[in-house]
Design a protein around this ligand. Sequence first.
Ligand SMILES: Cc1cc2nc3c(=O)[nH]c(=O)nc-3n(C[C@H](O)[C@H](O)[C@H](O)COP(=O)(O)O)c2cc1C
Length: 318
Amino acid sequence: LDIFLRHTGGIGFIGAGTDVSELESHLQKATTLLNSTSLPTSSTLPIGIGFINWGASLGATDPLIQQYRPSAVWFFAPRSLAALQTWTTETRNASPGTKIWVQIGSVEEAINTLTIGPDVLVVQGTDAGGHGRTRGAGIVPLFPEVHDAVHTRGSEHGGKVPILLAAGGIVESRTAASALVLGASGVVLGTRLLASHEANISAGYQNTILNTFDGGQTTVRTKVYDELRGTTGWAETHNARGVINKSYTDWEQGMELEENKALYEKEMKKGDEGWGVGARMTTYAGSGVGLIKTVMPAGEIVKSVREGVGKVLSRFNL
Ligand SMILES: Cc1cc2nc3c(=O)[nH]c(=O)nc-3n(C[C@H](O)[C@H](O)[C@H](O)COP(=O)(O)O)c2cc1C
């Protein structure tokens, strides 16, 4: 993925999440692919790795960071600021050239995170697909408030102000342009890239992304999907946005979790038929999902968003 993104002005992340058991094989594959391109070699591997800190093992991760030296690591949902500090210190010791990105979802979290000296803060609004803050704001009010707070407080932390990126609901050029107008230095695409050729998801998942419209009504933030999948280590502060399907509506109507879980497990065996509004497989997606109409190569998606942003902003002489 990164190869395509780098050619078009973006950086891709391997999503290790809470489970780093397959990270080494992904890194080996990425290294092989990158060696077969004309991308310039540098002191770091031109790809990032994303960790969900509360569940990932730092002990298992550290030697891989040291060996592969990714350009960036992406941290999210640590159990505490102290834990985030430890991850940051260990990563910088293992690979000094690796940039520390931290995804935050509130002004308070942004301010607290400054103490660990991040290189990049990803400001995640409540429209984001997948996990994020249970209580949240969209990036329209959230981003400028974080921006101002970080610039004011930055001077208290040695004057270091991290680069700010916007995430949540950005799937095409108008939404990306609006994030830049809010003051973002760049944007994050999550849900949009689910409809890319490179996305490592089933056809059932991808078709649901294409067939879902009106995301404010057809997706929901909930903990139910985590409960069904057994990914229950998340703090109360976090839940996840996914497409409303049968698992959710049954839960809403009072079905016992055990029964719902049993049905979920049966559904897992159905392959692509297990996905969709009338089915049960968890389909994490953001509320911008209705703007996604086609599956494209990841690089083309990034390129079209970037080019479109220029066109949108030129209308305003920006
Ligand atoms: C399928 C899916 C999986 C995700 N997994 C992670 C993850 O492992 N770690 C993380 O920090 N964020 C994760 N996110 C959230 C993204 O980092 C990002 O905030 C979000 O995708 C941005 O909003 P958008 O989906 O509207 O583009 C995930 C999002 C989706 C849609």
